[in-house]
Design a protein around this ligand. Sequence first.
Ligand SMILES: Cc1cc2nc3c(=O)[nH]c(=O)nc-3n(C[C@H](O)[C@H](O)[C@H](O)COP(=O)(O)OP(=O)(O)OC[C@H]3O[C@@H](n4cnc5c(N)ncnc54)[C@H](O)[C@@H]3O)c2cc1C
Length: 302
Amino acid sequence: MYDFKAFAAELRSSDCDVITDAPMREHTTFRAGGSAPVIVMPKTLEALQKTAEKIRKNGLGFIVIGNGSNILVKDSGIDKIVIKTTSLNNEINVDGDKISCTAGTSLAKLCMAAYENSLSGLEFAYGIPGTVGGAVYMNAGAYGGEIKDVLCASYHISPGCSIEKFSGEKLMLSYRKSFYSLNDGYIIIKGEFKLARGNKEEIKAKMDDFISRRKDKQPLEYPSAGSTFKRPEGHFAGALIEQCGLKGFSVGGAEVSEKHAGFIINKNNGSAADILALIDYVKKTVKEKTGVDLEPEVKIIP
Ligand SMILES: Cc1cc2nc3c(=O)[nH]c(=O)nc-3n(C[C@H](O)[C@H](O)[C@H](O)COP(=O)(O)OP(=O)(O)OC[C@H]3O[C@@H](n4cnc5c(N)ncnc54)[C@H](O)[C@@H]3O)c2cc1C
């Protein structure tokens, strides 16, 4: 058994906050799941790079999280170091029609900065409750837009601990996929976006419209990870689930939302096992009744 506590003490410094025996329910929007031995939250990119080097020197596994809005940690917990990016100095730089920021910056903050500078293209992302790192990893998208449309470069720490810049085809962006979701061991540290000059009022009106559509359609009052399943080719996951009569179906504290069947919500303090059992039941039922395979969009860890 590795001595994570001693390692955590080594990581703790003025530039890194460290939590040991950390309940992941407090770091994920699903509000479920077991613990991680160590969560390290670097405050600077230098501290993040040093952390990555130490983890690798010790031969330890790690996962990176942003806001934890697209992950479900099993009740057995994580046997790896968790690097959380939200404490990074979230500087946003605007240079003409380009805007860049560190990976832990929330999409909401980035979108507001784009709006304040009359830059259009990121409105779709306002209301996605993640960080830039998580959005690049997932190629997040909504209302006809996706990160692929606006991301011009991404910087990461490679498995060899060097800082690299990827752009264009190297990013391998497609529906909810990226180079990073297809290759383990990379830490996204910064995103650079190319936007278009726009009209400030129109940008704000679009952002407000998307937020109000979310409030109308999505069960934002309950913990979830957003749409539980990817959109199957030619269908909508929510419509298929509703068609199978599963709205409101529950396992333990997990429920298929009455408001939007595409969302599994943690309605009543459910465990990760409840959520996973419900995901399996929904998949099985939809396959039997419609012949369509649903694939979870939420990342199940481990
Ligand atoms: C209410 C609600 C609504 C949502 N609506 C949408 C929507 O409209 N569209 C959409 O696409 N998604 C949506 N989501 C899902 C989620 O918000 C997005 O996928 C978001 O981009 C995840 O960002 P995050 O920072 O929370 O990532 P996390 O959940 O923390 O991580 C997601 C994945 O990215 C990896 N990762 C995160 N940061 C890094 C990094 N710096 N380097 C390397 N890997 C990293 C993690 O290891 C993990 O595999 C919604 C979620 C909720 C709860």
